[in-house]
Write a protein that binds this ligand. Structure first.
Ligand SMILES: Cc1cc2nc3c(=O)[nH]c(=O)nc-3n(C[C@H](O)[C@H](O)[C@H](O)COP(=O)(O)OP(=O)(O)OC[C@H]3O[C@@H](n4cnc5c(N)ncnc54)[C@H](O)[C@@H]3O)c2cc1C
Ligand code: FES
Length: 291
């Protein structure tokens, strides 16, 4: 059992959990993930240790309230409660070497997965710029990022309650693509790295390809066991079937079959639309309450 030492909402629908998990804190490396089973009757979901302390034995998870499990975690878990199981660390660590000038991009809560990798790259002597593109009330880890890397850029998009979920998300994608193009035109980058929804990763990749800059991406297919046994996380990379949990999650963006990945991840599902509509309701109530 894994005790929740601290729990707080750090932005709209983004919850910070500091969890006692000494075996993970001792071994985890940037780029690895854990499989969390929060409830005895609940699903297993992959999450990323964002920061950790080996001596004190804790890890921090930042979780976006997306669907059933993450919503239950946000609503039902309290400080002092226990998470049933935290398996890991799993997956391969991010490649750690001197690349030179790096642009590391996080869309939405993807930035929390960028954080430990970008920090470690900067500590190795790389010149790291991070870019976070998200909805206005969902900015996270701004101060931590500013301390960790050479420069941190935040681009926010307002939520338009008159538009549906896919259209609001498309506005984020548009801003992301414009900003990445602008940054690539200005800077001479040796590597681009990105974590975020696969549709956004593909859109960014199309821009990066024009500039011929190497690009890596952490992929997020559905994961169940995280150990290569269930086959849920299969992706096509370089024309071959790979399992993101054991062969990744980091892959060469030029080798990924983005269309297969997007089709499998059900990018704009009805469920996500429903969840977003519920969020919009809460958001409107909160804004009215604050006036
Ligand atoms: C390696 C990895 C690291 C991740 N790290 C983080 C993190 O640090 N913080 C964070 O907020 N999110 C992270 N995610 C995404 C997170 O796992 C999903 O948001 C979560 O599983 C959704 O569960 P749900 O029951 O709330 O949503 P559901 O209602 O079940 O699903 C909503 C959507 O979430 C995605 N999803 C659902 N189940 C899974 C699953 N088992 N694996 C992957 N995607 C799933 C699907 O695209 C689905 O359409 C990570 C995913 C991967 C693969
Ligand atoms: S999550 Fe089961 S094979 Fe990767």
């Amino acid at each position: 059992m894994y005790r929740i030492l601290e729990k707080k909402e750090i932005a709209m629908r983004n919850t910070w959990y500091k969890v006692h998990a000494p075996h993970v804190a001792k071994k985890v490396k940037p780029g690895q993930f854990v499989i969390v089973r929060a409830f005895s009757n609940g699903e297993r979901i992959p999450l990323t240790p964002v920061m950790w302390d080996e001596k004190e034995g804790w890890i921090v998870l930042v979780v976006f309230t997306r669907g059933k499990t993450t919503a239950r975690m946000a609503a039902e878990l309290k400080e002092g409660d226990h998470i049933l199981n935290v398996a890991g660390p799993l997956g391969n660590p991010a490649e750690m070497k001197k690349f030179g000038k790096i642009l590391a991009i996080g869309a939405y809560t993807g930035i929390v997965e960028v954080y430990p990798i970008a920090k470690a790259w900067q500590e190795l002597g790389n010149d790291v710029t991070t870019l976070h593109v998200t909805f206005e009330p969902m900015v996270v880890l701004k101060e931590e990022m500013e301390k960790a890397v050479e420069r941190h850029v935040v681009e926010t998009v307002p939520i338009d309650p008159n538009l549906d979920f896919p259209t609001n998300m498309k506005n984020v994608t548009k801003r992301l693509v414009v900003k990445v193009r602008e940054m690539l035109e200005r800077g001479d980058y040796d590597l681009v790295f990105m974590v975020g929804p696969s549709g956004d990763q593909k859109a960014v990749f199309e821009v990066v390809k024009e500039f011929g800059v190497p690009m890596k991406a952490d992929l997020h297919p559905i994961m169940v066991d995280g150990t290569g046994m269930c086959g849920a996380c299969r992706v096509t990379v370089g024309g071959e079937v790979k399992f993101a949990c054991i062969d990744g999650p980091e892959f060469d963006a030029y080798q990924v079959d983005w269309d297969v990945l997007i089709a499998r991840s059900g990018y704009y599902t009805d469920m996500e639309q429903r969840a977003f509509r519920e969020y919009m309701k809460l958001f409107e109530q909160a804004s009215q309450g604050g006036e």
